[in-house]
Write a protein that binds this ligand. Structure first.
Ligand code: UGA
Length: 435
């Protein structure tokens, strides 16, 4: 295929592996570099260290164009383009920690042959300009620079990469813009080309707006609880307005994951650093912090306290379809339950056993039903389809008290009531069992 390039992807996490595997599928020669020995060993042995739908198959199918290394120099040696996909965790001040990005940039010192460096990691606006200056002072003026933020959602990242709503390419150099666009030949989506700073801002603004939609819905849900309205019916009808749409308006115990919490705090910090208080975003973050705590308080009021109680916690991952627990509401919920004196029996179909608190003192169960045996209450934290399809009549019989708090509104209140449950959910009336 004409136009195929050699791409060195730095970072073998959720973003780097998907980016590398998808570029290999598009016909490019890809080497993925990571600093974690174990991770690279697993990949070299044909394994995949993370769960992402379709990724293992994609890596296997394109194995002849995909290699893995620990050695930065080896990765860069034959590459035309370096893709930076390392993580940018928050620092104590809430700014993004860019140290991993700077390490990659330092390793490019002898890479005069490179056509471009492209950053996919989420970064504060202005980072690209600093990287450009660093490349220039390292004698790499001829190496192009582009920001190419990612918009893939975990669990469907391969699909999102290959069929994106848009590919954003931010660069001040037409040749680099053309090159990065060509790398995406075969990707089914429009290209939005702009300057570097704007591309960096698109990423932060998109995630902040999605987080805002979720927190807004959760606020409406709270008012629904107080007034007797039903948030599911409200959201359905609001979402029929084509100007608003139904997406990211599912009420629940709050958003989690590696992106929304981090990126919304990073945008707030970015605004704060320039003396601007982004009050709307601050409220979005506060609403989200409160969501899991409100759920626990409501359940506590219903039970009359958690001391000596057993609670089944159903779902640990921050959302269904992933094994990721980063900033998952489940962690706050498990911790709050234990602090209040409850024993926690938890279940999740994908999350690996966790050694750290609060999970180290929770009992891990193999099925949702096992988790609910003898429980005084169950709380649904992740919208796993298994929970929708569960034989809830068996759960009613197995629990000490048939009480369910549905933190993702996955079940039907009337059906749960008919099975004898006291059924609480978010933004809907509590149903008291009639069986
Ligand atoms: C998110 C964005 O959706 C991606 O576009 C973006 O590329 C990615 O962050 C990133 O910055 O890397 P992701 O974190 O994988 O993707 O997960 P989402 O599906 O967006 O869900 C985030 C959280 O919001 C989950 O905890 C989910 O349960 C929650 N959520 C989502 C709600 O509570 N309500 C909703 O209506 C939708």
């Amino acid at each position: 295929m004409v136009g195929n390039r050699r791409i060195a992807v730095f970072g073998a996490g959720y973003i780097g592996l998907v980016t590398g595997a998808c570029f290999a599928k598009l016909g490019h020669e890809v080497v993925v570099r990571d600093i974690q020995e174990e991770r690279i060993e697993v990949l070299r042995g044909g394994g995949v260290p993370i769960h992402e739908d379709g990724l293992a198959e994609l890596i296997a199918e394109n194995a002849d164009r995909l290699t893995f290394t620990l050695d930065a120099e080896e990765a860069v040696r034959g590459a035309d383009v370096v893709y930076v996909c390392v993580d940018t965790p928050p620092t104590a001040s809430g700014d993004a920690d860019l140290s991993r990005i700077w390490k990659v940039i330092e390793s490019l010192r002898n890479a005069q042959h490179l056509a471009a460096v492209v950053v996919k990691s989420t970064v504060p606006v202005g980072t690209g300009a600093r990287i450009r200056a660093a490349l220039d002072s390292a004698g790499l003026q001829a190496v192009g620079y582009a920001a190419n933020p990612e918009f893939t959602a975990e669990g469907r990242a391969v699909h999102d990469f290959l069929h994106p709503d848009r590919v954003v390419i931010g660069t001040d150099d037409p040749d680099t813009a053309k090159l990065v666009a060509q790398l995406h030949d075969g990707v089914d989506g429009p290209i939005a080309q702009m300057d570097v700073a704007s591309a960096e801002m698109v990423k932060l603004a998109a995630n902040a707006l999605l987080a805002t939609k979720i927190s807004f819905t959760n606020e409406i849900a709270t008012i629904c609880e107080a007034t007797g309205a039903d948030v599911e019916q409200v959201v359905h009808a609001v979402g029929l307005d084509h100007r608003l749409g139904p997406h990211f308006m599912r009420a629940g115990v709050g958003y989690g994951g590696s992106c929304f919490p981090k990126d919304s705090r990073a945008l707030r910090a970015l605004a704060g650093n320039s003396g601007y208080a982004f009050q709307l975003l601050t409220s979005v973050i506060e609403v989200n912090d409160l969501q899991p705590r409100r759920a626990i308080q409501r359940l506590k009021d219903e039970l009359g306290g958690f001391q000596g109680r057993t609670v089944a916690l159903l779902g640990i991952a921050f959302k269904a379809g992933t094994d990721d627990v980063r900033e998952a509401p489940s962690t706050i919920i498990a911790s709050r339950l234990q602090v209040e004196g409850a024993s926690v029996r938890c279940w999740d179909p994908l999350v690996r056993p966790l050694d750290e608190a609060p999970w180290s003192s929770a009992t891990r169960c193999l099925t949702p039903l096992e988790a609910m045996v003898g429980a005084d209450a169950a709380i649904i934290v992740t919208e796993w389809p298994q929970l929708r399809d569960l034989a809830w009549e068996q759960a009613a019989a197995a629990m000490a008290h048939p009480l369910v708090f549905d933190g993702r509104n996955v079940l039907d209140p009337q059906q749960m009531g008919a099975l004898g449950f006291t059924y609480m959910s978010v933004g809907r009336r509590t149903v008291r069992g009639s069986a």
